[in-house]
Design a protein around this ligand. Sequence first.
Ligand code: ADP
Ligand code: MG
Length: 263
Amino acid sequence: VAPPETEGLAPADRSRMKVSDEVAIEISGMNKWFGQFHVLRDIDLTVYRGERIVICGPSGSGKSTLIRCINALEEHQRGQIVVDGTELSTNLRNIDTIRSDVGMVFQHFNLFPHLTILENCTLAPIWVRKIPKKEAEETAMHFLTKVKIPEQADKYPGQLSGGQQQRVAIARSLCMRPKIMLFDEPTSALDPEMIKEVLDTMIELAEEGMTMLVVTHEMGFARQVANRVIFMDQGQIVEQNEPEAFFGNPQNERTKLFLSQIL
Ligand code: ADP
Ligand code: MG
């Protein structure tokens, strides 16, 4: 599989498209059904290490299902998903490996309400990664500092704003030292004034070279951060391109319609 098409782009854009040749995720001929409903159709997608991919598309087009398949939260029925060299199969050991290599941030933060922020961040490292408590707490404080809320460590999720809770969710994922981060509409449940603080955290992560797949309708974020934008409709990848071309010169009628509705 060839790297993303770079020929014919202006030099500035070409540098933007430049990512490693190392494959992080390889999806080929992947199909998924919910009962009779064919939700994902013939998905082919290669993600290179360090890519920042934004996935957009109408509600119900299969964006969440696609990224949930990558994290083995959903099972696919046909085709292949290889994450960091490990094929996603029903082999439980593979699933454990993938879950700890791939971090996931959801629309509704999914923090444990009865645990403190610090405990939320140390639970999986201690119980899944078997990291000593003290070390897990140091790592947690490191990432809580990174998302700029170390002073909230001893509070409970309910005492934090939505934006702060989402930044905790990001820190909690980072504590597992993932190689890939998946975001499913991380800002769509937030009040407008809190969206920026979460996007800023994600921008910082992107600048550090994290491989990221982000389902979002924040097109400003897509323009600024993504090296590739993917448009999905009715369970298919309809179109993908670098942001400049994607927004400036969409090819498919369905992409044009979608963009005319959201921009
Ligand atoms: P998106 O994230 O793009 O809005 P989803 O991946 O959530 O889309 O859903 C794609 C389609 O699959 C929708 O029609 C949705 O109703 C359906 N769907 C999602 N989850 C399930 C499920 N667990 N069982 C049955 N249908 C589902
Ligand atoms: Mg969704």
